[in-house]
Design a protein around this ligand. Sequence first.
Ligand SMILES: [Zn+2]
Length: 315
Amino acid sequence: MGWTVPSRALVVALMLAPSIVAPAAGQVPTQQPPCVPATGNLQSLAASLDRVWGTRTTLLVCDGSRVPFGSQAKPGVVYFVPDQARALGFDSLGVVYIIAHEWGHQVQFQRQRIVNAFSFSQQREFNADCLAGYFIGAKLPAAPDTERRLMAAGAAIGDDRLLHDARLSGPFGNVIDQYMAPNPHGNAKGRAYFVQMGYRDGRKRDIVSCAIITPNLEDVAASADGRSGRLAKAQADAQRLASAVSIYSAHMGTLPPTLAALTLPVMNAKGQAAGPFLPGLPAPPAGWTPYSYRQAPGGRFTVTAEGDGTQVSVP
Ligand SMILES: [Zn+2]
């Protein structure tokens, strides 16, 4: 059976992504599946989101008349439905917000390993909103009304607005929504609040506020190109290296000769095998020196790295 290409959906897709390739006039439309890989501006947006978050994701653009779902994320894939964005009255900023929100879920899937780390699914949603706000604040040119428009977009898809249910309009909708709204994303106030929080972090290139609702922040923040994120990653890496040095030395009775020795299996004088103590050596944050290791008298040691005009030194 074949697929048809409704012209209305195509027009919508073109409005939202002017560089999506349309069949030339007079040409019989090719039979397309309901979701096709993004091209042009949307593909550039996807690449930029992957760069910022250190994810690998395919962005598919779906024909709303032929898919039974709205925009959504599965591990490694984001489905964007332009018809849905249009139905919400979203402009180009709203489109970026929807897609960046779905990328927030990719960060959860791919970088934070936190699919199950949040107590409530709504925390994942607020986290995704915060990360979406961060991306927009950090990467998009800002206009004086960008923050307000972004908050309005977040509020427009609050559970209370979508469900016309005033019971969901408490502080953030929070826990009670879990039982009252299907697939709860938080109410208008909550979504506006968290996307604004992320946006303000992004403007400062400092993801510290989103950290409140982001487990394993240092892993994510390092890729978000903020100075504090790089510093947090350097500290976490140095700590991890120092712990591995301690474990090595407890087993071997001597300090490792180099950090690289931590990545190899070893055998101590009693013939007991152990290691590797690290799967590999962590790459330093962008612009930082590699982690260096110095032994000191008395079995002491330091792991250090420098960058962003500062230094971390552990222990
Ligand atoms: Zn979501």
